[in-house]
Design a protein. Sequence first.
Length: 271
Amino acid sequence: MTDPLHQELLALAQEAARRAGTLLRDGRPADLAVAATKSSPIDVVTEMDIAAEKLITDLISERRPDDGFLGEEGASTEGTSGIRWVIDPLDGTVNYLYGLPTWAVSIAAEQDGETVVGVVAIPMRGETFHAVRGGGARATGAWEGERELACRPAPPLDQALVSTGFNYVTEVRAHQAEVARKLIPLLRDIRRGGSAAVDLCDLAAGRLDGYYERGLHPWDLAAGDLIAREAGALTGGRPGERPAHALTIAGTPGVFEPLQRLLEDFGAWHD
């Protein structure tokens, strides 16, 4: 039976993601500049990240004033309703800064600490992905209507296409490059798109066989993780652990476990 609260949260997340995506796509100034940096001088925030997060939090607060927030650009309130929104208003900021199309708005809703709704809008593709816990994952795009998502049948690992990302801290990046060097000969190939949310949705849509990354925050993966799982993918971190800052792994059944073993052997979670 469909939970009316979850449907309410989904509709609100879809509206917020659509409005924020339109703002980011149509409001991007020609002279867009860096407004601040985070972990390093190349880990940037633009004025548009900040504007998009404000749009999202203002809209949700107006409709649901008792909910909490966790947002990349500073939104952090506890709330009293048991619902917390986990928001990345612009995942793929460097892509956006350079005019590359791989960026997204990611919005998840947690109920009592568990993600129950996830929406990822990818405006430059004209695609929006969404999932409700236990209800499957779906997307709209250039095709007609709403498409139910299912990850690809698992290939042998040496035929798997896997995506990853790199940290903005130099020492961590160097270690991640070494892990990728060891992994590449064992796979079909590695891709690096620049947005964790987009990568997880592409896995859900059957465009990738696997994905891994170190250094993700809750807002990077909350919505995409739910969408991937509801499309049949497995997600986790180090063996026996959930996706975490130390390591996030996602893959089709049959790819996930051997990929996880290799990443553990290669110390992908180490500095």
